[in-house]
Ligand binder design. Structure first.
Ligand code: 2YC
Length: 275
């Protein structure tokens, strides 16, 4: 998982209105609606939960330490979704204790290895990588109105890429993967998943692409007017600067927003019957 820098989150909290407008232009949906879809909770129930839960963000100093502005960005996204949210004064276990004893029932916290949202009332825990994969697929699904006419190409099969695969299978979408170790793919569905071996060829073949790789600026898209729609979660950005600027209006990309919003939806979503 690529660690964010202060620069990646700088100003994020103050630009959420512009961010939401841009996202709605591309997808027709609000951030909360995309998160609710990916989190398998109705928009109404998600709004109900916003009136019902108090949310805390606990800064964690382990490993490489806190990222300046990270907790602030997370709590602003939570508030943008209509929830009451605050950062605990204390950090780490002390901050967790402070949050629980002050009645915060959903706790967000991230160390260098994992970023979670824990619902203390239900015991549900949401993982950022899974939430990010699902949230970006939901956004791409909305932007393309259901991926007409082609499979979706998922690049990379780490935790985010595998969550994308899982959710695309749930949506019943056609699916192709690149650079995926087939042993990691869902065994029972392997037949339904195309394996692409050559990146350049694959990029030309699929109009719907999810970049779930940690590599930067290695994807060159076909020149306009080729129609291509890209979901590019987190940092670094996998598209080359040229491709990103040529196709910007069809690219969904942010360092935290969709992942955090979907974590919150997953944390308050009714428990799913384990298959
Ligand atoms: O400020 C803090 O509390 C730090 N301990 C936060 C460290 C987050 C490390 N993870 C990341 O930078 C990225 C984020 C997008 C979430 C997942 N990986």
């Amino acid at each position: 998982m690529t660690r964010l820098t202060e620069k990646d989150v700088d100003g994020l909290g103050t630009e959420l209105i512009i961010y939401e407008r841009n996202l709605a232009e591309k997808t027709g949906l609000k951030l909360g609606e995309i998160a609710a879809m990916a989190g398998a909770i109705s928009w109404e129930d998600f709004q109900g939960a916003a009136r019902d839960y108090q949310v805390g963000v606990v800064p964690i100093t382990s490993g490489q330490g806190v990222i300046g502005g990270f907790s602030e960005a997370v709590v602003q996204i939570i508030r943008q979704l209509g929830f009451k949210g605050r950062i605990t004064e204390k950090t780490d276990v002390n901050g967790f204790y402070e949050g629980v004893t002050k009645g915060l029932e959903i706790i967000f916290m991230a160390d260098d290895a994992r970023f979670v949202a824990l619902n203390l009332r239900t015991g549900q825990i949401a993982d950022n990588a899974i939430a990010t994969g699902r949230g970006y697929v939901a956004a791409l699904n909305a932007m393309t109105q259901g991926f007409p006419g082609s499979e979706v190409l998922v690049l990379g099969c780490g935790p985010v890429g595998l969550a994308c695969v899982e959710y695309l299978l749930e949506l019943g979408s056609g699916l192709a993967v690149y650079d995926c170790d087939s042993s990691k793919l869902k065994r029972l569905h392997q037949g339904a998943i195309k394996h692409e071996r050559n990146l350049e060829e694959a990029i030309k073949k699929y109009p719907y692409i999810v970049d779930a790789t940690p590599a930067s600026s290695f994807i060159s898209l076909p020149e306009p007017p080729a129609k291509v729609f890209v979901a590019a979660p987190g940092v670094p950005m996998g598209l080359t600067n040229k491709s990103y600027s040529q196709h910007a209006k069809n690219v969904i990309h942010d360092p935290l927003q969709i992942g955090v919003a979907t974590m919150l939806a997953m944390a308050v979503s009714p428990p799913r019957i384990k298959k």
